[in-house]
Ligand binder design. Structure first.
Ligand code: FPP
Length: 238
């Protein structure tokens, strides 16, 4: 390993984009793309634990996604319920701790319940921390942190002068997590889409044209290899 090569990423964040285009190319409806996306996610969670990633944070639903047709929105929330039902046992067995980041107060009751159940059931696990961002927006998260700090000031718990970067970070959903080392975006767009706005200040960003449902563990390895600077030749020559 050369001096320039980096260690494995501790925290990997992912923007799971391209489900709709994947479906369209196959003459399917968008929800079928999200469904295939859920299958892909399953493997990516497994693979994260296998390769020693400690934190995986995925963007399942943004504060902007409410603008989509009602049918698609409710379909994604139903997928969350299905995901929890089908995966919770394996997640638990694999020592994965599930977290939800975002404002789940607006979610349909059944989905909020499923999310709460997943968090509660896995809360004592000590392996991979798997955070699902739902009804999440980076700016909304920072505004919420400001609100919480303002309340602390009003209650006399802290002084305005105490508000530094660490104080803000301590009020984010990710307070107990290191910042992402690597952000992966599938589907080819080069933007951050209001995702982990505070936390990605120094993250390395990897964009692939591969649509999320086609993002296999092999594709994941490519992103990690890019991050670590490793030159795996897969049996060939340089
Ligand atoms: C973006 O693709 C994807 C989403 C908004 C939803 C992501 C959801 C999943 C991967 C499955 C759900 C899993 C859980 C745990 C809830 P897009 O629809 O923007 O694709 P496009 O850019 O091709 O239209």
């Amino acid at each position: 390993m050369s001096e320039n090569e980096r260690k494995m990423p501790v925290h990997v964040a992912m923007i799971m984009d391209g489900n709709g285009r994947w479906a369209k190319e196959r003459g399917m409806i968008r929800l079928q793309g999200h469904n295939a996306g859920m299958e892909a996610l399953r493997e990516i969670v497994r693979h994260s634990a296998n390769i020693g990633v400690k934190y995986l944070t995925v963007y399942a639903f943004s504060t902007e996604n409410w603008k989509r047709p009602e049918e698609e929105v409710s379909g994604i929330f139903k997928l969350l319920v299905r995901y929890v039902k089908s995966e919770i046992d394996e997640l638990n067995r694999s020592n994965v701790r599930v977290q939800i980041i975002g404002d789940i107060s607006r979610l349909p009751e059944e989905s909020a319940k499923a999310a709460g159940y997943a968090v509660e059931t896995t809360k004592d696990n000590t392996g991979l921390v798997f955070s699902i961002a739902i009804n999440y927006g980076g700016r909304a998260e920072i505004a919420r942190a400001a609100r919480l700090l303002a309340k602390d000031v009003r209650a006399g718990r802290i002084a305005p002068e105490d508000i530094d970067e660490a104080a803000v970070a301590s009020k984010l959903y990710t307070a107990d997590m290191p910042d992402p080392d690597l952000l992966i975006r599938t589907g080819g767009e080069h933007r951050l889409s209001n995702y982990l706005t505070w936390q990605t200040a120094y993250s390395e960003v990897y964009v692939t044209d591969v649509y999320w449902p086609d993002f296999t563990p092999e594709e994941y390895d490519k992103a990690v290899d890019w991050y670590t600077g490793r030159d795996r030749r897969y049996g060939g020559l340089k």
